[in-house]
Design a binder for this molecule. Structure first.
Ligand SMILES: Cc1cc2nc3c(=O)[nH]c(=O)nc-3n(C[C@H](O)[C@H](O)[C@H](O)COP(=O)(O)OP(=O)(O)OC[C@H]3O[C@@H](n4cnc5c(N)ncnc54)[C@H](O)[C@@H]3O)c2cc1C
Length: 357
């Protein structure tokens, strides 16, 4: 079954103003045929269309965008690994590490009865009990797994730690910790070899997708301002600055998409710094939009307007997925070693400029 853009628009319009987890599951699953048929992969010449879809969904609802972004990333990863994603399944991708991540693989996958087991808790699992399947990175084993979250044998080996999430933002995306207890694994659960997930060229391709969602969320905020009657010159000045931010975010997404399409295998080695550039710019532009929106309208939308209050809280949290100065330090280190990358003389030919030229 294929879906056209009108059906996509209807699907987004039908999403309730304050979606529940079950609304999110229904909407994301309803979009599966559309995503399979209409959303191009990253790095194959139409990356911008993919980013636009994500921005468009985020413009409508950041929670749905967070889930769609995970699904598209997971299915792209499976494609890169030469595995087939199940077309009627909604996927998540859970790779968060740190001290709260205690996942590990015990036993031996090659054993007669498949004695390998997944144990421990994985934090920050968006759509934890919403998705059908999840790709999960196990750091001690350096292995990406594809696990069935709803199969008959799965549920008894899974539990969800919902109480740790204290923010109202994204509360219905159920970004919970998932605990696995003796979750049985076979060779079929493995996606790529050890470390493949981080070392594949496509790792950089997925980095623009969250930024596209951030940009879409901020654009939604700006558009809500554009529907109001502006009271004074200060409001008009802020609007001008915010629309300028929206335009520059779109230009950066286009530039980033061009980089990915021109060199999807990252032979130039410039895709990661390119993605960091785009992500930084968009994170800053979103921060400016959030700041100016509040300075324009004061506290009322934050306190009394349900959809704007939620959007502001979610965008504020979502952009924290960037690694801030840690990313900038990496970018600066790269620039130090590669003086030609984005040098000002080359940038003068923007927008035809490519980072590896
Ligand atoms: C809404 C949302 C949904 C997400 N969904 C997913 C998902 O589906 N899948 C997924 O894989 N990931 C998800 N993430 C997680 C995300 O990808 C990162 O794992 C997360 O942003 C943390 O990154 P980080 O550990 O690299 O920390 P960074 O942001 O890079 O760094 C944080 C720094 O602060 C330090 N720090 C933090 N707390 C303290 C403290 N109390 N005291 C001292 N130092 C401290 C840390 O040690 C670290 O150095 C989600 C995040 C958000 C916000």
């Amino acid at each position: 079954m294929s879906m056209d853009n009108q059906t996509l628009a209807e699907c987004l319009t039908d999403l309730p103003e304050s979606p529940t987890a079950s609304d999110y599951r229904d909407a994301a699953r309803a979009l599966l045929p559309y995503m399979e048929t209409n959303v191009p992969p990253m790095g194959e010449g139409q990356s911008l269309d993919r980013l636009r879809l994500l921005s468009g969904v985020a413009h409508r609802d950041l929670g749905l965008a967070r889930l769609i972004e995970g699904h598209l990333d997971a299915t792209q990863i499976l494609r890169e690994a030469g595995c087939t994603a199940e077309s009627d399944k909604l996927y998540g991708i859970w790779a968060s590490g740190g001290p709260a991540d205690t996942t590990d693989i015990t036993g031996c996958a090659g054993g007669d009865q498949g004695s390998a087991r997944l144990t421990g808790a994985k934090p920050f699992c968006s759509g934890s009990d919403i998705v059908d399947r999840a790709l999960l990175y196990v750091y001690p084993a350096e292995q990406l797994l594809d696990v069935d979250m709803r199969g008959a044998g799965s549920r008894e080996c899974l539990s969800f730690e919902a109480g740790q999430w204290r923010s109202a933002a994204f509360v219905e995306t159920h970004t919970w910790s998932v605990r696995f207890e003796d979750f049985p694994l076979t060779e079929e659960n493995r996606v790529g070899g050890p470390q493949w997930y981080f070392h594949r060229p496509g790792f950089c391709l997925g980095a623009l997708a969250p930024a596209a969602c951030w940009a879409g969320g901020a654009t939604g905020l700006v558009d809500s301002l554009r529907q109001r009657k502006l009271n004074d010159g200060h409001a008009r000045a802020h609007l001008g600055a915010m629309v300028s931010s929206v335009c520059s975010m779109n230009a950066m997404l286009r530039w980033g998409a061009d980089q990915m399409d021109a060199d999807p295998n990252n032979t130039s080695g410039t895709l990661f710094p390119s993605a960091l550039l785009v992500r930084h710019h968009i994170e800053r532009a979103c921060t400016e939009v959030l700041d100016r929106f509040g300075r324009t309208l004061g506290p009322r939308p934050f306190a009394f307007e349900e959809s704007n209050a939620r959007r502001i809280a979610e965008l504020t949290l979502y952009i924290r997925q960037c690694h801030a100065e840690r990313d900038l330090e990496e970018l600066g280190g790269y620039l130090e070693k590669h003086p030609q990358f984005c040098s000002s003389s080359l940038m003068l030919s923007f927008p035809f400029y490519r980072a590896d030229t």
